[in-house]
Write a protein that binds this ligand. Structure first.
Ligand code: COD
Ligand code: ATP
Length: 196
């Protein structure tokens, strides 16, 4: 079974992914792949430099994630440009990593894809697991984790589809407002229900 793990920014996907890994399920992480495909020397990073200028790079030649984040979350046209450059490479590597796990004998593979709904990647997975939180908790956790102002956090949240829309499209929802233990219990219940 291929499980798509998604949610909204700072809703707790990585937290749930960690729980799934602890249960020995292979997790392919789109955010991690997004870092892989922009390593210095890659065609993707070259295109980013061409489109976003030298301020997209740090002195050591790696992508300046904070600078690019500022540019793209505040400007939807820039965000679409970055997506057009980077998403094809992410999708290719996502499929390759999934296939490698299946070839190695995995019966279940989890694809952690933050933008599964936004990019209409439903066909990549068989079940969709959405990690949800209330908007207030989401904003607080995002501000704390990324050291953002309230306005910056809201801008990032608004760059994605509303979490309520994602919940409606889910096969199961994990509500991550409570404690880690409460989330862990919900993860166990869903896996049991799906015979994983
Ligand atoms: C903009 C970048 C440089 C910011 O880097 P940073 O290290 O601060 O954040 P990180 O990569 O850990 O992403 C954190 C979260 O931001 C959200 N996010 C990232 N990119 C986007 C995007 N293009 N549109 C909407 N939300 C996004 C996701 O929820 C993601 O989980 C980086 O997110 C990036 O390269 N984004 C483009 C690739 C992408 O779309 N990744 C997300 C899904 S594959
Ligand atoms: N149940 C919880 N209780 C308290 N803090 C939590 C809980 N779940 C997650 N967090 C914290 O909230 C923040 C966001 O969680 P996490 O990084 O797992 O979200 P994410 O959905 O993977 O985010 P992103 O979309 O940005 O990659 C982190 O700092 C994490 O430690």
């Amino acid at each position: 079974m291929i499980i798509g793990l998604t949610g909204s920014i700072a809703s707790g996907k990585s937290t749930v992914a960690k729980m799934l890994k602890e249960r020995n399920l292979p997790v392919v992480d789109a955010d991690q792949i997004a870092r892989l495909v922009v390593k210095p020397g890659t065609p993707v990073l070259k295109s980013i430099e061409e489109v976003f200028g030298p301020e997209a790079l740090k002195e050591d030649g790696t992508m300046d994630r904070a600078a690019v984040g500022k540019m793209i979350f505040e400007d939807s046209a820039k965000r679409e440009k970055l997506n057009a450059i980077i998403h094809p490479a992410i999708r290719k590597e996502l499929v390759a990593q999934k296939e490698a796990h299946l070839a190695a004998g995995a019966k279940t593979v989890v694809l952690d894809i933050p933008l599964l709904f936004e990019n209409k990647l439903h066909d990549y997975v068989e079940k969709i697991l959405v990690v949800s939180v209330t908007p207030e908790v989401q904003k607080d956790r995002l501000m704390n984790r990324n050291q953002l102002s309230e306005q910056e956090a809201v801008t990032r949240i608004d760059s994605q589809l509303p979490i309520a829309v994602k919940e409606k499209g889910a096969d199961a929802v994990i509500f991550n407002n409570g404690t880690i233990e409460e989330t862990e219990r919900q993860v166990a219940d869903v896996l049991k229900k799906w015979n994983v």
